[in-house]
Design a protein. Structure first.
Length: 329
């Protein structure tokens, strides 16, 4: 799968996800979206990867249980953060700071050391996240439509949302380190990992069954929509959900393949560009409040991310070859 295709499909999946979250009449629908994605990928993997349970996993199942526990926790916490007065742009920018958490845990757990260039890039990302977080905090605290008591309550919920995002960020980084160690020990098995990472958490969604059922009923009550070409009519929110699940499946499968077939630079760069385009789309289409300070913070985040991936070093040889090519007469 070409990186460009992964980039486009990731953008489509997130775009449709934004449409679900943007519908104010259906707040907190993240659980049904996540459950649908997990169920679809698990069923597909059970048939084509696990061969209806007859194929033995290359990596011992106990390690997948540990990985899945972290993966499930990160997904649920990130979903609930959106219900804690966390705007989607801030949510995306904050999650873009995964490099910070990965570097910090890499130093602590794996005893890694990095160059000054990479430390500088992490400083830029940290500054960008701090800027956006601080400005969003001012917006929440200064909301004139709320009285003092309600304003304080909203601000405290916002702080809880920031704490949830921080926890999810660190847990995600720890999961990445754990997965890296497993791949070094047992080899890389992208399709197997994709299946078990989505099949094993399914029983955990029983804890969220009331919420999932509630939003399923709300989705069924949405306005009817006629699917182009096939002419099938169904509630519009179910159509959005179906399209999100399909595109998200192709997206996540492409990302898992990229981790084994391409360099980490390519994977990180594709995901970073996808986040950037999704962020711009979110701001422009849904008219989220975004000040000049937010733009400055966003610039710091993505410039720092590109510095960390050392994309400039990769462009150097290409530019050198371009300069040396013979001039046409």
């Amino acid at each position: 799968l070409e990186p460009n295709a992964v980039f486009v499909l990731c953008g489509i999946a997130l775009t449709l996800l934004f449409l679900l979250y943007a519908c104010r009449q259906f707040p907190g629908c993240g659980n049904i979206v996540t459950f649908s994605q997990f169920l679809f990928i698990a069923v597909e993997g059970f048939i084509f990867e696990a061969n209806f349970g007859r194929k033995k996993p290359a990596i011992p199942i106990r390690y997948y249980f540990i990985m899945v526990a972290m993966f499930f926790t990160v997904s649920v916490v990130n979903n609930y953060a959106l219900n804690l007065n966390i705007a989607m742009p801030l949510h995306m920018i904050f999650r873009s700071g995964s490099l910070i958490a990965s570097m910090a845990l890499g130093i602590i757990i794996l005893k890694k050391r990095y160059s000054i260039y990479k430390y500088t890039s992490i400083a830029l990302v940290s500054l960008g996240i701090f800027t956006c977080t601080f400005m969003s905090a001012k917006q929440v605290a200064s909301d004139s439509s709320l009285n003092e008591e309600d304003g304080l309550q909203v601000f405290l919920w916002w702080l809880l949302g920031i704490a949830a995002l921080t926890f999810a960020l660190l847990m995600s980084a720890r999961m990445g380190i754990f997965q890296e160690m497993l791949y070094k020990q047992f080899g890389k098995h992208s399709k197997e990992a994709l299946f078990y990472n989505h099949a094993l958490p399914l029983p955990g969604f029983l804890l969220l069954a009331p919420n999932i059922y509630h939003h399923a009923v709300l989705f069924s009550q949405s306005e009817p929509f006629q699917v182009p070409v096939i002419g099938l009519t169904l509630p519009v929110m179910w159509f959005y959900l179906l399209m999100n699940v399909v595109t998200q499946y192709v997206c996540i499968r492409g990302v898992f393949i990229l981790t084994t077939e391409c360099t980490s630079l390519t994977v990180t760069l594709v995901v970073t560009l996808r986040k950037f385009v999704s962020l711009i789309f979110s701001i422009l289409y849904f008219r989220n409040p975004f000040t000049a300070w937010h733009w400055l913070g966003t610039t710091f985040v993505f410039v720092g991310t590109l510095m960390y991936t050392e994309v400039w070093n990769s462009l150097g040889p290409f530019l050198a070859r371009w300069r040396k090519r013979p001039k046409e007469e």
